[in-house]
Design a protein around this ligand. Structure first.
Ligand SMILES: Cc1cc2nc3c(=O)[nH]c(=O)nc-3n(C[C@H](O)[C@H](O)[C@H](O)COP(=O)(O)OP(=O)(O)OC[C@H]3O[C@@H](n4cnc5c(N)ncnc54)[C@H](O)[C@@H]3O)c2cc1C
Length: 409
């Protein structure tokens, strides 16, 4: 396992209880026994990525076994603040310089489409998870000032992504926020990530998928007509394909220098009365590093995060939790005037980043039938949607036209 020693760290991926684990319908039953049947696909990992992949594959008529070393929906997914953003961590203007305009434009456009696809999917499956389309407000900060944001908004508009550039006076008048500029764009959303994931897993189960847990996969090998996976307990499993949706833990075969694991912190307030009306309907983040981000839920809780550290293990330090939550609450108050008070919940977790802000959704190097879905940043849930689409298309033998953007690197 990269990032942490799986044998010695069997405990929760998070420090502190994320709010979402307290909400109803966020658990899914699993069997501890490995089924004997042979499945078309084994999906390793029962977080949002594994749930979306399993949903897409069962929709396409495949038989699917989902395995997890923890109970379903207990990895990093319930730690997510679940701002389902169409905006990628690396702005379009910068991504064009990094990977070229064609691929950068396609990545951004595909991200916009993925949010819409997820909102539609949750509706179609009737998943009660508070899914709500919301605009995103991207504030100027130390990483991008007013001029850079104006260029960014123009670049997005140039490829058909709606992006209103707000000058300081507009921003103050409409949102009461004092920054030099901002970009306001529709096409994002928010949801309860645990309920969303559980709902997707239930949809896959209703189509015949099975979930076994706790089962840890320790190794894999390619066979002439499939894959063999070895569990840590020494059992072997054979399937047509395997998809590793293991979040921020991965087998050595999947390791790559372009992906690193960092630490991040988040909080949920008590339900607050008297919030500015715009706050109910908008997700907010800023062009800073680390950046503050926040949104509200249906009951008026503020859910905010930030204060990232470039170290894989510092999220496991319980001593940092109260301090980081205080800083997030203070920054929120400085910006919005809203006092969070003592948070109802505060938690920390690992977080994955890549230099170009893009995930890895690809065959594991040297394997034809094993896929890795990893490297998710601030809009990880949106990228999980893309992962499900790209992997399902590859297994169906109809490669996705944008798969080249998310290759191993
Ligand atoms: C505090 C925080 C805030 C975030 N905010 C946002 C946000 O606002 N918007 C957004 O889009 N994204 C956000 N993210 C990122 C997003 O949450 C992640 O991209 C997403 O949850 C990753 O889901 P996953 O299914 O890939 O991984 P996970 O949910 O971690 O699931 C992986 C699963 O694989 C299992 N596993 C691992 N190794 C093995 C093995 N060898 N054998 C068997 N099982 C294994 C684990 O037990 C785990 O259950 C945030 C993340 C954090 C931590």
């Amino acid at each position: 396992m990269a990032g942490k020693d799986a044998a010695t760290r069997e405990e929760d991926l998070r420090t502190g209880m994320p709010f979402w684990l307290k909400t109803p319908h966020s658990a899914v039953p699993a069997t501890p026994r490995l089924p004997r049947d042979r499945f078309d696909v084994i999906v390793v990992g029962a977080g949002i990525s594994g749930a979306l992949v399993a949903e897409a594959l069962t929709r396409a008529g495949r038989s699917v076994l989902i395995l997890d070393r923890r109970p379903p929906v207990r990895g990093s997914t319930p730690a997510s603040t679940a701002m389902i953003q169409h905006e990628i961590d690396v702005p379009l203007t910068r991504l064009r310089r990094r990977i070229g305009p064609d691929r950068a434009d396609r990545a951004w456009l595909r991200s916009v489409q993925a949010v819409g696809d997820l909102v539609a999917l949750a509706k179609r499956l009737d998943i009660a998870c508070g899914m709500r389309p919301k605009p995103a407000l991207y504030l100027a900060g130390e990483e991008m000032g007013a001029r850079a944001l104006a260029a960014e908004a123009a670049a997005r508009e140039g490829i058909g992504i709606k992006a209103d550039y707000l000058k300081r006076a507009d921003l103050l008048a409409r949102f009461g926020l004092d920054r030099t500029a901002a970009i306001l764009s529709p096409a994002s959303a928010s949801a309860n990530p645990a309920q969303l994931t559980a709902g997707l897993l239930r949809a896959a189960l209703a189509r015949g998928a099975r979930i076994a847990s706790p089962v840890e996969i320790a190794d894999m090998a390619e066979l002439p007509s499939g894959v063999a996976l070895a569990t840590r307990r020494g059992e072997a499993l054979v399937a047509g394909h395997a998809v590793f949706c293991t979040g921020y833990e991965y087998l050595p075969q999947m390791e790559t220098k372009s992906h690193r694991v960092t630490s991040t912190w988040a909080l949920a307030s008590r339900p607050l009365a008297g919030l500015p009306p715009w706050m109910r309907d908008t997700i907010v983040w800023e062009a800073a590093d680390p950046y503050l981000y926040f949104r509200t839920d249906e009951t008026g809780r503020i859910i905010a995060g930030g204060e990232d550290e470039d170290a894989a293990d510092s999220n496991a330090d319980p001593g940092k939790l109260a301090e980081k939550a205080k800083v997030i609450a203070r920054k929120l108050q400085d910006l919005t005037g809203v006092r969070v008070g003592r948070p109802a919940y505060a938690w920390s977790a690992p977080f994955g980043v890549t230099a170009d802000g893009l995930p890895i959704i690809d065959r594991v190097p040297g394997y034809d039938r094993c896929f890795a879905v990893m490297g998710f940043g601030g809009n990880g849930i949106t990228f999980s949607v893309l992962a499900a689409q790209i992997v399902a298309a590859a297994i169906a033998g109809k490669p996705d036209p944008d798969a080249d953007i998310f290759r191993y690197r």
